[in-house]
Design a protein around this ligand. Structure first.
Ligand code: GLY
Length: 359
């Protein structure tokens, strides 16, 4: 029996199940079709995943749209092509768009699903760790524009998420590590998420880092479940990011700026977020928001997961300038999520003078 977690959104009709299992991948197609009684659908699948699993998944070639990999593909042209495919196939409001891949595939497919005929069914099959713990849950869907990431999008909850841990077996190390950065993020924000249980993720990650890095699926499964529970705790209270949900952006404002300044070529998303978390711990320590002990613990945890193997020379003032243009910035005030103590964070304004000297 698969594990099932229910995501309860305040507006009840938006609630949905997340299934998590290791059942054969070849059963997935039949299961999704049966669960939703689907007559017509389009699968948007990552090229990489298609090469590895296309045959096993068993979708016909006229049922799929293959999306090349990379953030650069999350663009208007591909969005338009997906919509044209939906039209050609005659998809209607009873039909579904099924995303099989990582965050890029999930985001663009979700955006297409949210806009085609004002919204059709959207089913997520995340195949990367990052998509399992973050992007496939919570309903943020978007495409990028020349001005930045995710600038055109919507909050559109999926109708179901099917996580199959077997996809992770073939995930390359770089993408796996990118997901781990989001996992570590949850350790830094856990207590502020307001979940029903104290999972002790910080200590769990500290103790079991090598098993997790080795992709021991028993440990990875636990970690994914905890992260999903934490994300659900946040999203169910604040779907549209009016308040609490902002804490999920811990490390992201700096991280997004780093991705942008390097033209999305040098860092994976997770890696950039890891640098962002490191930066904000330095900043918070400098401004005496956290003590040296917590900063040390946090940096040690980041090191355990092997971040920081790239040196870069982007001037901090340029990075901060990009942060000013982040869609979360308000009237030139840079809003950031700040660490307070182990597992706790809060939103605050970045003191730009102090931030300039915090590498
Ligand atoms: N990835 C941040 C969020 O879902 O709000």
């Amino acid at each position: 029996m698969p594990n099932k977690i229910d995501v309860e959104i305040e507006e009840k009709h938006k609630s949905y199940p997340i299934y998590m299992d290791t059942e054969p991948i070849e059963d997935l197609k039949e299961r999704i079709i049966k669960d939703f009684d689907l007559k017509n659908y389009l699968v948007v699948i990552s090229e990489k995943v298609y090469k590895l699993y296309g045959k096993i998944l068993g979708f016909d070639s006229n049922e799929i749209f293959i999306l090349k990999d990379g953030e650069i593909q999350k663009n208007f042209k591909n969005y338009q092509k997906i919509i044209q495919c939906c039209e050609k196939k005659g998809l209607n409001r009873k039909s579904a768009l099924i995303a099989i891949g990582g965050g890029v595939v999930g985001d663009i497919t979700g955006f297409a699903a949210s806009t085609y005929m004002r919204g059709i069914k959207f089913i997520q099959v995340p195949t990367t760790l990052l998509a399992c713990v973050d992007s496939s849950v919570g309903g943020k869907v978007a495409i990028d524009t020349d001005y930045g990431k995710n600038l055109v999008g919507a909050f559109y909850q999926p109708h179901a998420v099917y996580i199959n841990l077997q996809f992770l077996n073939t995930l390359d190390e770089i993408q796996y590590k990118s997901g781990l950065a989001e996992v570590v993020k949850y350790a830094f924000i856990e207590k502020s998420c307001g979940a029903r249980f104290d999972f002790g993720l910080f200590d769990f990650l500290s103790v079991h880092s090598s098993k997790i890095l080795d992709k021991d699926l028993r440990f990875v499964e636990k970690v994914i479940k905890v992260c999903i529970e934490l994300k659900i705790a946040v999203v169910s209270k604040d779907e549209k990011e009016a308040g609490l949900r902002k804490i999920l952006n811990f490390g992201h404002t700096y991280g997004h700026a780093l991705e942008k300044i390097s033209n999305y070529k040098t860092f994976t998303h997770g890696e950039a977020v890891a640098y962002g978390m490191h930066y904000i711990f330095n900043y918070a320590h400098k401004l005496k928001m956290i003590d040296a002990n917590y900063k040390e613990m946090a940096v040690t945890l980041l090191h355990k997961f092997g971040f920081y193997n790239k040196t870069f020379k982007y001037p901090t003032d340029k990075i901060i300038n990009i942060m000013k243009n982040d869609k979360k910035a308000e009237d030139n005030v840079i809003k950031v999520i700040l660490p307070m103590m182990k597992g706790y964070v809060k939103e605050g304004d970045l003191d730009i003078q102090a931030a300039l000297n915090c590498d």
